[in-house]
Write a protein that binds this ligand. Structure first.
Ligand code: PBG
Length: 338
């Protein structure tokens, strides 16, 4: 029976998968180097790159090495970087004072990168977590049991102006305070920076997967205290409609690009946001997503390259136009070879 059995089918979808050539011809999604934004960490001094143990292949660079890394990325076709400072613990205080120091690390880093590579798009976070001793994204209220929304936004506006002055292309408010996109837009415009854009972390979830990043920027100090949780400002992972509400508010307030973060666990949100707005949508494949893939690969449980590529393809397919990913350089290199 089995030998002569033939189904009478007009549609055989496998025909399109028969050869590598046919598969490539009908591929619906492609990840290109220019879709990727590389997050990079910067430190002061002249020391060697400091590896981050939970993020294999990622290191904190001094400014000189950072410029070199940016140069390599740009040559590989990665057109944008997102810079994060790691401050010395003794420079941090409750109010995140260093964020408004005109000579603070991130501003010097931006100037150096833009001087060397004026065409590279440079993005900087507008949030206080690298600067506060408690590791929160804003300043605390009088009772010290929550972040003070409006006082924090006032500081963010000043930070954004300093970053614009240093030459960034986009500021990226990442703290999820209410009204910060509109306030930052107004502040930038009033200071004459109408060309500096806003990449808004619009739907940023209170995720367990930020751990390795907090090691990288040293913002995990709040661990073990009652102030550990960022749940009063970052979104509840249970919520979908709320993400659309946040995104639409940010668009109304003047965001140029909206972002969903994390990416891989929130593909449904990326798709809904892509369908709801006309502006570019970014997604941040965060430190824990990167660490997870590397950890499994190290144990021999997953193939690093295949799981990496599939993770990015899924994020793009879900609707992200741009992906922030720690894999940016490796992927750009691989694309260059293929
Ligand atoms: C906070 C900020 C976070 C990340 C970037 N900016 C998360 C947080 O500590 O709450 C996370 C990025 C990552 O995990 O890769 N302003």
């Amino acid at each position: 029976m089995a030998k002569h059995f033939k189904l009478d089918l007009s549609q055989r979808p496998r025909r399109l998968r028969r050869t590598a050539g046919r598969r490539a011809l009908v591929a619906e999604t492609v990840v290109r180097a220019q879709d990727l934004i590389a997050p990079l960490f910067v430190i002061d001094g002249k020391g060697a790159p400091e590896p981050i143990s939970s993020m294999p292949g990622v290191a904190r660079f001094n400014i000189t090495d950072l410029v070199e890394e940016c140069r390599e990325l740009y040559a590989l076709g990665v057109l944008a970087v997102a810079l994060f400072p790691k401050l010395d613990a003794k420079l941090k205080d409750e109010l995140g004072t260093q964020a408004l120091n005109k000579k603070t690390l991130i501003l010097r880093a931006v100037r150096a990168v833009k001087a060397a590579l004026p065409e590279l798009t440079v993005i900087t976070d507008v949030a206080l977590d690298p600067y506060t001793s408690h590791g929160h994204d804003g300043v605390l209220n009088a009772a010290k049991d929550d972040v003070d929304n409006d006082r924090t936004v006032a500081i963010l506006c000043e930070m954004a102006i300093l970053q614009a002055e240093a030459g960034v292309d986009f500021v990226a408010p990442s703290d999820m305070m209410d009204g910060r996109v509109g306030a930052v837009r107004k502040a930038l415009d009033a200071a004459g920076y109408t060309d500096v854009g806003i990449l808004a972390y619009s739907a940023k979830y209170n995720s367990a997967y930020y751990g390795p990043f907090r090691e990288a920027v040293g913002s995990a100090q709040a661990a073990g205290t009652r102030l550990l949780s960022k749940a009063t400002y970052q979104m509840n992972p249970a919520n979908r409609r709320e993400a659309l509400h946040e995104v639409l508010l940010d668009v109304e307030e003047g965001a140029d690009i909206v972002m969903v973060k994390p990416a891989g666990l929130y593909l449904d949100i990326i798709r809904e946001v892509r369908d709801a707005v006309e502006c570019p949508v970014a997604a941040y494949q965060i430190s824990g997503e990167y660490a997870q893939i590397h950890a499994a690969a190290k144990l021999g449980w997953l193939d690093l390259v295949r799981s990496r590529d599939e993770s990015l393809l899924a994020i793009k397919r879900a609707g992200a136009d741009l992906i922030l990913t720690y894999f940016a350089k490796d992927v750009a290199k691989a694309l260059g070879k293929s």
